[in-house]
Structures are given as C-alpha cells and as structure tokens.
Design a protein around this ligand. Structure first.
Ligand code: NAD
Ligand code: ZN
Length: 359
C-alpha cells in the first residue's frame, strides 16, 4: 500500500497519515510520557464496542478518558466546556496530547477543544466511521454547532497525525457506511471517476473486502489532502469538496437534522447538481448514483412539496457571496467546476428531478 505524503501545514508543522496501522502505534507517536497523561476523548458507542482494543493500546495509568455521549447533539459549546474542565482536572502541559477516537462529531469537538486548550495541544485523530476516515479527519476543520447554524463556531486546527485503523469499521451500522460512501462518490465525480465503481461496491457488506476498503480510503485521503494542501483556507479549490453539499445542506436544514443524515442529503444533492450540470450542456450521468437507490432507501416524501423552501434555504447558504448561488458542478466525471446560478426556477427543476428519480 503506497503511503500518502504528509500534509505540510506550515514549514515546521506537518500532519502525518498513519495508514492502516493498529491503534497502539499512536501511543508511540503521541509520546505522552513527555506531556503527562494524554487526554483521550472517545465516542461512547465506540468505547462500548471496542473497549478492549482501546484499553490495550493506551496504558490505563497514562491516559484520562472522557467518554463522549454519541450523536450530533454533543457538538455544543456546553460539551466543549466539559472537555476543557475534564482536561484541566489533571495537570495539563502545553505538550499533553489530546487523542480523539470516534466519528466526525468526536473529531470536530475534540479538535476544537485541542485548539483552545493552552492555545493548542498536540492533536491526534483516530477516525472510526467511514465518513471520518475519508473526510472529516482530514483538513483541520474543527468546531461545534450553535443555534445560529451548524459548525458556526470553530477553528482551523490540524492534527499531528491521523491514524487509520480499519478494524473499527467492523461494527459500523449500515446507514453510517452509506453516509461515508456519499463522500467517496463525491470524490469520484470531482477527482477520480473509478471511485464511483469502487465506492459503490462498499454499499453492500460483501463488497467490503479489506483490499477494496483500504484502496478507497487511501485514495480518498490522498484526494482530500491534496485539495486541502493546495487551498488550506477554502479560497478556491477546496470549494470543490462542496459538490452536492449546497443542495444537501438545504435538505438537512429543512429536515431539522432529524430523519435524513448528512450523507443521504448529499446523495440527493449530487443528483440535483448533476441535473444542473447537464442543463448547462455537460454530458455527465447520474446513473452511478441512481444504481445505489435501494441501498440508500431514502424516504423523501415529506419534502417533495417543499421545493420553494429548499431554494430559499440555498440562497441563505453561508458560502454564497451574493444573491446568485455558487454551485459546484461537473463538466464530466472527475472534472469539477464552479458556477453562479441566479435562475431559481432551474434550482426548483433540479430538486423536482431529484425527488422524482428518488421516489
Ligand atoms: N471537519 C470536517 O471537515 C467535517 C467534514 C464532514 C463532516 N464533519 C462533521 O462530522 C460529523 C458527522 O460525522 P460522522 O458521520 O462520523 O458521525 P458521528 O461521529 O456522529 O458517528 C456516527 C454514529 O456512528 C457511531 N460510531 C462511530 N464509530 C463507530 C464504529 N466504529 N462502530 C459503530 N458505531 C460507530 C457513533 O457513535 C454515531 O452514533 C458532523 O458533525 C459533520 O458536521 C466534519
Ligand atoms: Zn459532507
């Protein structure tokens, strides 16, 4: 398996990718002996399912373990505060490592705590969901939600290393697989078309062979870290990562983050964005997505009569610079492009199309 080059954040700071290593390697990397007891923030479900492995990898007398209640509801300033209090409850040094073990919720929240404590503790990510492995653990975005909106409080703060241990995925529920799969399919459309085929094979358990899984993760990490390296603060190229997301975020907001998860919303959003790409004359099919319809099994019936609301929500998206909507489209598989769309009836048509094919 080829290794992925470290991500150079500054001349003196790099984020290393420890691909397909066992968890215990992190203990050597983090070198907690120097910084006192490491702070371990672990998702509650992951802890329950993998306590033995986690216990083996981290000597009990050398870590302080904070068990994070699972779910998006934990991404709050209140929980961030609890982690800070917990971290300060034993002697904390500037070089005390903070290790986040869990999905994107754990990584975002613990990452923001690491960014804030002593103006920045050394942070290590151990992503345990497919989504976190292929997306959220890479790129340095950390933060919590606020009543004003999702991810509206936070900081760019990169980990020293991200350790990918695919053994965690053995316990991942089906819907969480699909959630991560949407981001893989996104990379298929914006970067490497054959990820549409390789990714799709992960939709069912029998396709999740170790080789395929590792190859898909390795390539996804390479794509995302390559884009981030070229554009660390989201001025240009990083926007490509939003393919399907402007539509998807509107659907998540309309749904009040209850029935539809992020990956499902992005799945529908990519179908809508591809409709607009075709409307603009580009020959790009959504067949690879539609073939996965039964796996996603999305119930969009509560939203099909709310197309106007969805378009209004899109015009309020924080990434829009003016009243036109900035969208990531694709001119062909693997070739993203940015477009400004002012025609609201076209956006409505795109939603209607997506709902139609997903019904
Ligand atoms: N920082 C970024 O760049 C970035 C990018 C994308 C998404 N995100 C954020 O990531 C979050 C979503 O991440 P997620 O999809 O990983 O959700 P999550 O962290 O909520 O995990 C999903 C569910 O899976 C469980 N889980 C985690 N690992 C498991 C395992 N190995 N076995 C069994 N269950 C397991 C969790 O307890 C949870 O119930 C959102 O808050 C989103 O805003 C951040
Ligand atoms: Zn996403």
């Amino acid at each position: 398996m080829p290794q992925i080059p470290s991500l150079n954040i500054t001349d003196s700071f790099q984020c290393h990718f420890l691909l397909f290593e066992d968890l215990h390697l992190l203990w050597e990397k983090a070198d907690a002996r120097v910084g006192g007891k490491a702070v371990l923030v672990v998702d509650g479900n992951v802890l329950a399912l993998h306590s033995e492995r986690i216990g083996k990898a981290f000597p009990a007398d050398s870590v302080n373990l904070f068990e994070l209640p699972p779910g998006e509801g934990s991404k709050t300033t209140a929980m961030w505060n609890r982690i800070l209090d917990f971290a300060f409850s034993s002697p904390l040094k500037r070089n005390t490592p903070l290790i986040a073990i869990g999905g994107g919720v754990t990584g975002d929240l613990a990452g923001f705590a690491a960014a804030s404590l002593m103006r920045g503790l050394p942070l290590y990510h151990v992503p345990t969901t497919l989504l976190a492995m292929v997306d959220s653990a890479i790129g340095g975005k950390t933060g919590v939600n606020h009543a004003f909106g999702k991810n509206t409080i936070g900081a760019f703060y990169h980990p020293r290393a991200v350790l990918f241990d695919t053994d965690f995925l053995a316990t991942l529920p089906h819907r969480e697989w699909l959630c991560g799969l949407s981001e893989v399919l996104k990379y298929g459309y914006i970067a490497e078309p054959d990820l549409l085929v390789e990714g799709a094979a992960l939709a069912s358990p029998k396709g999740r062979t170790s080789d395929r899984l590792r190859s898909v993760i390795e390539r996804s990490v390479r794509i995302k870290s390559g884009i981030v390296a070229a554009d660390a603060r989201e001025a240009g190229r990083r926007a490509w990562l939003n393919f399907g997301h402007t539509f998807g975020h509107a659907l998540e907001t309309l749904d009040n983050y209850s029935n539809i998860n992020h990956g499902e919303a992005v799945y529908a959003g990519m179908i809508a964005a591809l409709f607009i790409s075709r409307h603009m004359g580009h020959d790009v099919s959504d067949k690879p997505l539609l073939e996965l319809k039964t796996h996603y099994n999305l119930d969009i019936s509560p939203y099909t009569s709310s197309v106007d609301e969805l378009v209004t929500l899109m015009t309020h998206d924080k990434k829009n610079r003016d009243k036109d909507i900035r969208l990531v489209l694709v001119s062909k598989q693997g070739k993203p492009m940015l477009a400004s769309v002012g025609d609201q009836s076209l956006l409505r048509d795109a939603w209607n199309y997506a709902f139609d094919v997903l019904s």
